[in-house]
Design a protein. Structure first.
Length: 349
């Protein structure tokens, strides 16, 4: 079934508001969740909303307030997010980093004790549309599902790295985990009795496989680093980089007491105008992306795309014709809609 994205956005906003979240925060969270679904990231869009509502109900996600400033320099800002909604914190951080990058050339914001920040790709085009380069990464020090390369015991979360790169045409919107897959996908497939496309997990004895159930059995299995059993040292190195950029710079992470589902965030805005200029920047990035698309396909009839290109096209199409919402999402929200007195959106076909 398809739904108007405006109806889904309004539904999410109403549910969050009815759960007690301040209006600006509810709107920000709904916008980012909806953008995730528009781009096809169905495990990190509205699928997260039941969990967010439960966190609001329990008090684990804070409903009101502002982040606390830990350190403030012209091009470097550190916040304690005080477990406020992650999407709202990131959007606020983007606004400030963008303003400062206009004068400083760049600005970095790190946030400790944010709540979960949803789909990283959902933020990027807000920067690239302004001709800005954006880097975004996060970790969750409260849990672990990814083992270091060669190890059996989980130390890390999937620790995604995202980047929005303006070009002279379609921006590059990169969002990749430093692990072989995500908690969202393995949790969904485990509930549905499904399998992963490849051997992206390892059981508690070190045997790789495609069954996400090994993550839920004793001895607990783990998600493999990006690169798997063959070249997982590369993903392992990237994971350690994310830990340094997030927990290290924020001064709060895995060395501290666990507080619940959340995130430590690194966000950087770079303005190419402060370097060689935006035209020179996009001339280079546009040349490279054009060359990628012009590359001969390894499989006949398969187009070569740049990262995020499919998501940009899908978001445009679903904005016009309606969002093909993942079937399990609305049923998961139905009990919350009944409890909070919010009517469900009507399908358009």
């Amino acid at each position: 079934m398809r739904y108007r994205h405006t109806d889904l956005n309004g539904y999410a906003t109403a549910l969050l508001g009815a759960a007690g979240l301040e209006a600006d925060k509810a709107g920000a969270v709904a916008d980012i969740l909806m953008q995730g679904d528009l781009m096809g990231h169905t495990t990190h869009g509205l699928a997260l909303l039941p969990g967010y509502l439960a966190e609001l109900e329990s008090g684990a996600m804070r409903k009101q307030g502002e982040p606390s400033v830990v350190a403030d320099h012209p091009a470097a800002l550190t916040w304690d997010g005080l477990r406020l909604p992650g999407p709202w914190l990131v959007l606020r951080a983007m606004e400030i980093a963008t303003q400062r990058a206009r004068t400083q050339g760049t600005c970095t914001v790190v946030i400790r004790r944010s709540h979960h920040i949803a789909c990283l790709a959902a933020y990027l085009q807000r920067a690239t549309d302004q001709g800005l380069l954006m880097l975004l990464t996060c970790s969750d020090p409260n849990t672990a599902s990814v083992a270091p390369f060669g190890g059996l015991d989980a130390v890390f979360t999937p620790n995604p790295i995202a980047a929005g790169i303006p070009t002279n045409d379609i921006p590059v919107l990169m969002d990749v985990s430093t692990s072989a897959t995500t908690n969202g996908l393995t949790n969904r497939l485990h509930k549905e009795g499904g399998r992963l496309p490849a051997a992206w997990v390892m059981d508690g004895h070190g045997v790789p496989g495609d069954d996400p159930a090994v993550l839920f059995r004793e001895p607990k299995g783990t998600i493999l680093p990006l690169g798997g059993m063959d070249s997982g040292h590369k993903g392992y190195g990237l994971t350690l980089l994310v830990e340094a950029l997030t927990g290290g710079l924020a001064g709060h992470g895995r060395a501290d007491a666990k507080e619940g589902w959340g995130a430590t965030v690194f966000l950087q805005i770079i303005d190419p105008r402060a370097f060689s200029g935006l035209d020179a920047f996009t001339r280079q990035t546009g040349h490279v992306t054009d060359a990628c698309r012009a590359s001969r396909p390894a499989q006949a009839g398969t187009a070569i795309r740049t990262p995020g290109e499919k998501g940009v096209a899908l978001a445009r199409e679903q904005s016009r014709s309606g969002v093909a919402l993942y079937p399990a999402i609305l049923p998961a929200l139905a009990p919350w809609a009944a409890k909070l007195g919010v009517p469900e959106p009507a399908a358009i076909g």
